[in-house]
Write a protein that binds this ligand. Structure first.
Ligand SMILES: [Zn+2]
Length: 278
């Protein structure tokens, strides 16, 4: 190895990997960060949670916090083959909407027919397969915008109903109250990794992979205008709002999954400033 090459390697290895992050340090929120190219990143907490990721060739990465993220987390970033930096992260609690309804008559046990169970299983396999696909693009870099404009938000990320003291599964997306047939616009560029007209619970569903492990999920659609593998641009119509699957009325449900680990708050993505990464 020439002296110059050795020197270049020394400089690369001793470079400071401390990341610069923008966004909200809050449960369900997202951070857009920059460090050294191809740096390895580990985010962990004292409860045993750990996620590993790699910065892209420009040193960019996106961190997502779960609905119930621990108040203290550790972010460790290492230069490829070089020095590491550890940062403590203080994560603020998010105030979720909890609705308690008591004194309900004991509910009937819901059961599914064999045909319904087969449909549920098939839907589950399709979702799993689609979530496992990863696209390597910078499609989220233009930032996120609302999939439907001006709509009232009828369901919030993380909200939960407690019926007769029994907590139900939290709502992991954002609901927009809009009439059936309203066009749904892609909130950011991406690649369609699932276009399924008839999943059991979700109904007409589109998965849109924006890169950096961020996947949008749109549910209850009455019509789909995109196909598996199709690349779409921000603002392009994905299909129409409906009430398909298990929905009580027409609305758009939008959720955003991070690295196939958990759902983050789409509202946090809307307010995330991605300009430092561009
Ligand atoms: Zn919903």
């Amino acid at each position: 190895m020439s002296l110059l090459a050795a020197l270049a390697m020394f400089i690369a290895n001793s470079a400071d990997p401390t990341p610069v992050c923008h966004g909200a340090y809050e449960q369900g929120a997202l951070l857009a960060c920059r460090t050294l190219p191809d740096a390895t990143i580990t985010i962990s907490d004292a409860r045993g949670f750990q996620a590993h990721l790699t910065a892209d060739a420009k040193g960019r990465f996106v961190l997502g916090f779960s609905r119930d993220a621990a108040p203290n987390m550790t972010l460790r970033v290492c230069a490829p083959g070089g020095s590491c930096a550890s940062l403590p992260l203080a994560i603020a609690a998010h105030d979720y909407k909890i609705e308690r309804i008591d004194g309900l008559p004991p509910g009937k046990v819901s059961s599914f027919t064999e045909t319904q169970l087969a449909h549920i299983r098939k839907s589950s396999v399709r979702k799993k397969t689609a979530f496992a696909t990863k696209v390597s693009v910078d499609d989220f870099l233009a930032g996120f915008s609302r999939p439907v404009e001006g709509a009232r938000i009828s369901g919030f990320y993380g909200s939960q109903r407690v019926l007769n003291g029994e907590p139900k599964r939290p709502h992991m997306g954002m609901d927009f109250a809009v009439p059936k047939g309203t066009p749904i616009a892609a909130p950011a560029d991406g690649v369609v990794t699932l276009a399924a007209p008839d999943l059991y619970f979700e109904g007409g569903t589109v998965f849109l992979d924006h890169g950096q492990g961020l996947v949008s999920v749109f549910m209850h659609m009455s019509a789909l205008d995109v196909k598996d593998g199709q690349r779409v641009q921000k603002g392009e119509v994905l299909g129409k709002v409906g009430a398909t699957g298990r929905a009580t009325g027409a609305h758009l449900h939008w959720s955003l999954k991070w690295r196939n680990r958990y759902y983050v708050n789409p509202d946090a993505a809307l307010s995330l400033d991605l300009s430092p990464l561009r």
